[in-house]
Design a protein around this ligand. Sequence first.
Ligand code: NDP
Length: 454
Amino acid sequence: MNVNGKTNVLGLLGDPVEHTMSPLIHNTLSDSLGMNNIYIPLQTKADGLEAAVKGAYALNILGLNVTVPHKYHVMQYLSELDDGAKAIGAVNTLVRTETGYKGYNTDMMGLSRELDSYHIQLEGRQVIILGAGGAAKAVAYLCMYRRAGRIYILNRTVDKAGKLAEDMNGFFGRDTITAMSLSDYRNLPKERYIVFQATSIGLQPDADKVIIGDADFYSLVETGIDLIYNPFETRFMKLCRESGASAYNGLKMLLYQGVIAYELWNHIQVPEDIADQVYRKLKKKTRKNIVLIGFMGCGKTTIGKALQETLQYQFLDTDTYIEEQTGQTIANIFAEKGEAYFRNLETKVLTDLQETVSHTIISTGGGMPLREENAELLSMLGEVIYLNIDAGEVRKRLAEDTTRPLLQSKNREEKVRDMLAYRDPFYRRCSDLVIDVAGKSVKDITEEIQRVMK
Ligand code: NDP
């Protein structure tokens, strides 16, 4: 990023702002599109909000995002409001105009684009919205705007669901939304619904929680969309999938709310391949997986388990996963079906994991990164750490080991040296971090990884 006298400033007003993903979204867009913009978080206290909006305008700031707790209060300081933002009663994007900032709600527009990307149509469909907070308002507006059939809003505080239903029915002049309590799902007509999970239940670190746990409820779900994206697969999504429904998280909503804001600020259309580049970065960042790669004996399992303990993550070993799935040992698979068959299994595992795991340490088979396709899948899965080891150390560590099919050779050390020299560039090509393990303790290595991952 080359900041100069012509650089436009974009930013985020909120409190707190330190965990925001928005700089990643907007600065990646600027880099990829070659636009001279910089996006920065601007922590703003409630009592400084008016001064912040006026000051930003005076400082020629091109555009702003607004997040908690200012999405509602900021509206009074704007020169104009988009219709959607007005009806939803919340603004997350300020676009500079001749007379001041105009407020938009790109959360709603972002969800709309997420649904398009998954080919989910709302028109005429029966919908359930779980929750009646800020996000649920955007969902309700979108469902009405897209002319869904009947819409049921279920919320812990029924009065809030009632108020939202009344507001939206009034705004659109149709009596489409019914408000209910959460337990009222038992009284819903027995049909298949599109269900939006718009409560805050199930967010990391409470990933094991879900707003409705009863399997009967999930028999009503045809498509489930959880607005939460952290964890990547929520319990709500798992329950949907277990009952045969399709399920999606809210990461694309986050992506597209940013993309649309960027389009509004810059009067451009962001090409889909660039939006996809940003999505990959977001996916990697939010899932928080750590993928350990490297030659056999480099310590992937030992380091992985040590990290699992300190970070309180899950642990997954791809070889063990394959053995469990196939009911055969790796040595048997190699002996009976050959290496190419095994490599195909590895690619399938990596593809399966893309849509599910988060907060997991993934220890991989030593040959996994050799395939170009796998290298790509690995780097989308998480932060890839290459544990680099030399041939002498491998010989020492695996002196007694007779289980490795690829090391069954008379001159083991020479074989290891050749294999390492061949594989090293493949390991490096997909790694985010390389750690030389020789002479370091498990503690040293896990601490080094944690330092870099912060
Ligand atoms: P709000 O605080 O405005 O609303 C929270 C909702 O969750 C309310 O319906 C509330 O019910 C319900 N809720 C909270 N705690 C409980 C509980 N213990 N039991 C039952 N219900 C509960 O939050 P938002 O609407 O802003 O956000 C909701 C979710 O949507 C968040 O998880 C957020 O991360 C996600 N989101 C995702 C976006 C994306 O880009 N993907 C964008 C915006 C939000 P009640 O009314 O009874 O309090």
